[in-house]
Ligand binder design. Structure first.
Ligand code: SAM
Length: 444
């Protein structure tokens, strides 16, 4: 019995798909790269932008003929398109889909496959235990022993309610996972060969706020740092308001916690930030960047920006442009605003920046950031840095620096999972090239 999983969207969805794969492997299924060969197809969807939603519907309709040819095929629609409440409308629209699952929950699929209504509750519990608690998490067979970097969701859902964001409606309110579950999942992943773990949450730095008895994120990082065999830990996405000095100092002082912070600003203008309901000002974000740079040596900082939010004037956009030019952050993930049904901005604010103007603003920021990233990367030239190697891509080994920069190295040796010193010989805005400093290490 074979399964095929299609994943669209954020790292949280990637992690959710891994969990579904793990649950299916426990039931004796094996993964296949071909949907035509599969007995179970899981479509793990994203709706954060309209284009992602359109893509999901496109892929779903392409499955219809397959289902007609092979009626025993089980199609599972999962993720944000379904949302936390499920959707009767979706069920009517997609009659050939067998199972609808909310984000992060393989339960309905496993219950369907095991076919016992009476067992459904039990199964849900079992699947949850497989995925979260047992310390027995299984990766898909194809990834076992090969996966170098894995995700662990630690905060599910979000309660912040940024006006543009659909996540709270689809993933529900914020829930921190118990630290014991997270640590046992980390131990299980490391036992299977994983070297790097990225902790995930919509506002990851709020970890534990809903459970005062849990450690803070800094406390959790301290415990993860102590795991033998684990080389690197990252966490994302942070919200500017919750980045305590305790957290920054944990990143600076714990050797396995990588100096890379993902902390979106979304806009560089106070009025736009207010209408997005972000909860901070541009000056507060500037102060945070200064604090990050003062407390964490060589920190790299990534941000997210939405251009063309409701009512964003040309002048307000210029403020974002100037801020980005001034702060010179390592990475800017750019998006053009797209109204998501049900959100505050879609209901109450006019999507009044024309599409062509959104594109224009997007391209200007893209060009600006390309220059900044090129400048930052050039500082690595002729320097040595450590790289964790993940896989070979077209004859070159791909890995990342502690600051999350992409590095390629040509080598005939098997570098997978190794952390090696690399001398950087070329840099560009998106990646770097180098050679392993010590050829003896490279072979061992
Ligand atoms: N929870 C995080 C936050 O906002 O701080 C990030 C998660 S969200 C899945 C990733 C990014 O998508 C956001 O940071 C934002 O820039 C972008 N995004 C979210 N909603 C959007 C929308 N309606 N239109 C365009 N971009 C959007």
């Amino acid at each position: 019995m074979k399964y095929y999983i299609w994943t669209e969207g954020c790292q949280m969805n990637v992690a959710d798909s891994q969990r579904v794969a793990s649950a299916l492997e426990h039931l004796g299924y094996h993964d296949t790269p071909r949907p035509d060969d599969a007995d179970v197809i899981v479509m793990n969807t994203c709706v954060v932008r309209q284009s992602a939603e359109d893509k999901a519907y496109g892929r779903l309709s392409s499955l219809r003929p397959l289902k007609e040819k092979k009626p025993g095929l089980v199609i599972n629609l999962m993720g944000c398109l379904v949302g936390v409440k499920g959707s009767e409308r979706l069920k009517a629209r997609l009659p050939y889909v067998d199972v609808f699952s909310p984000p992060s929950d393989p339960g309905p699929l496993i219950a369907y496959l095991t076919q016992g209504q009476a067992q459904e509750l039990e199964q849900r519990e079992t699947v949850r235990r497989y995925a979260w608690m047992d310390g027995d998490l299984m990766l898909p067979a194809s990834e076992r022993g090969q996966q170098v970097s894995a995700f662990i969701p630690i905060v599910l859902g979000c309660s912040h309610a940024c006006t543009y964001c659909i996540i709270p409606y689809r993933r529900g309110g914020e829930i921190s996972r118990p630290p014991e579950e997270i640590l046992s999942e980390a131990h299980a992943l490391v036992a299977q060969g994983v070297k790097e773990i990225t902790l995930l949450g919509q506002i990851v730095d709020r970890y534990g706020k809903d459970h005062p008895e849990y450690p803070t994120l800094a406390g959790l990082l301290t415990r993860l740092n102590a795991i033998d065999g684990l080389e690197r830990v990252r966490f994302l996405t942070s919200h500017p308001n919750w980045m305590t000095d305790e957290l920054l100092d944990a990143v600076a002082s714990l050797p396995k916690i990588m100096p890379h912070i993902e902390v979106p600003i979304q806009a560089g203008d106070d009025q736009v930030l207010e209408s997005m309901h972000r909860g901070y000002t541009v000056q507060q974000y500037r102060d945070l960047v200064a604090r990050l740079r003062a407390r964490i040596p060589n920190v790299s900082i990534a941000t997210d920006i939405i251009v063309g939010f409701c009512g964003e004037t040309a002048e307000q956009f210029e403020h974002t442009y100037e801020l980005l030019a001034d702060l010179k952050l390592d990475v800017a993930h750019l998006a053009r605003y797209s109204p998501r049904t049900g959100t505050f901005s879609a209901r109450r604010l006019a999507d009044d920046v024309p599409d062509a103007e959104k594109w224009e603003r997007f391209r200007r920021l893209e060009a600006l950031q390309e220059g900044i990233a090129g400048e930052i990367h050039a500082r690595y030239l002729s320097q040595a840095t450590t790289v964790l190697f993940e896989e070979k891509v077209k004859n070159r080994w791909k890995g990342r620096t502690p600051t999350n920069k992409l590095v390629f190295v040509e080598s005939d040796a098997d570098l997978r999972s190794k952390v090696l010193p690399v001398h950087i010989t070329w840099t560009g805005p998106w990646s770097m090239q180098g050679r392993v400093v010590d050829p003896v290490l490279e072979r061992n």
